[in-house]
Ligand binder design. Structure first.
Ligand code: SF4
Length: 228
């Protein structure tokens, strides 16, 4: 499994915000969001191949019990299945961060789905091939249903403009089993200032709609830096 980085930090998003966690970042993604904050695991995948044993050795260095499998798109890698089996056998709490376009039957305590909406597509002129592929792949309703039926899920949307809310609304209507308490709306942005500009109008809207506002604390705490 190609790994871009393994590090210990603090979960900055979603229901486990604040939990000390070990992050295992798989390198490689089937999408190409223009705003991707980990291009070294998507647009320009870096890293080395690690076996499950090698990953477990790295993880066991820390005391921490929360493990987050992220990317890139970790669900691209079939080795995720034996890796999650090992983590489960050793009593780690497992979170998987996925865009929800691929399914693997993995052991997992929290499936953290971040669906990619219309606002994520890469520029059609600069990246025509990736634009087509991204638009073809980013929404896979049968996968979302399978994830919702199989796991405890939270669903995080990146919001750039107020008009994105209409699309999110339409999206959620297709999955009536999702409850507002599972929904997190995160501002798009790579700096605290950019995030704040969106927070001003998005936070009150979240309260009104019964969703969680998700402030992406890791950017506030560490900036958009690798290994955080
Ligand atoms: S799905 Fe995630 S990792 Fe892949 S390109 Fe989009 S933001 Fe980056």
């Amino acid at each position: 499994m190609k790994i871009a980085e393994i590090y210990r930090s603090i979960q900055g998003e979603g229901v486990l915000t604040g939990a000390e966690s070990i992050f295992i970042r798989a390198s490689g993604c089937n999408l190409r969001c223009w705003f991707c904050d980990t291009p070294y695991a998507s647009w320009y995948p870096e890293g080395d191949d690690y076996s499950v044993n090698e990953i477990m050795e790295r993880v066991s260095v820390w005391e921490c019990r929360h493990v987050v499998l992220t990317g890139g798109e970790p669900m691209l890698f079939a080795e995720l299945i034996p890796l999650c089996n090992r983590l489960r056998a050793e009593n780690y709490h497992i979170t998987i961060e996925t865009a929800g376009t691929l399914f693997l039957p993995v052991e997992c305590d929290l499936m953290s789905i971040s669906p990619k909406t219309n606002n994520s597509a890469p520029d059609a002129t600069d990246h025509p091939r990736w634009h087509r592929r991204h638009e073809r792949s980013r929404f896979a309703p049968h996968v979302i249903r399978q994830l919702l039926n199989s796991y405890h899920c939270q669903v995080k949307f990146v919001v750039d403009h107020e008009s994105d809310l209409e699309e999110i609304d339409e999206y959620l209507r297709q999955f009536p089993t999702m409850t507002p308490s599972q929904i997190y709306l995160m501002p798009q942005g790579r700096t605290p200032d950019e995030l704040h500009q969106t927070e001003i109008w998005l936070k009150p809207l979240c309260h009104q709609l019964g969703y969680h506002f998700c402030p992406r604390k890791q950017i506030e705490w560490f900036g958009a830096a690798k290994g955080t």
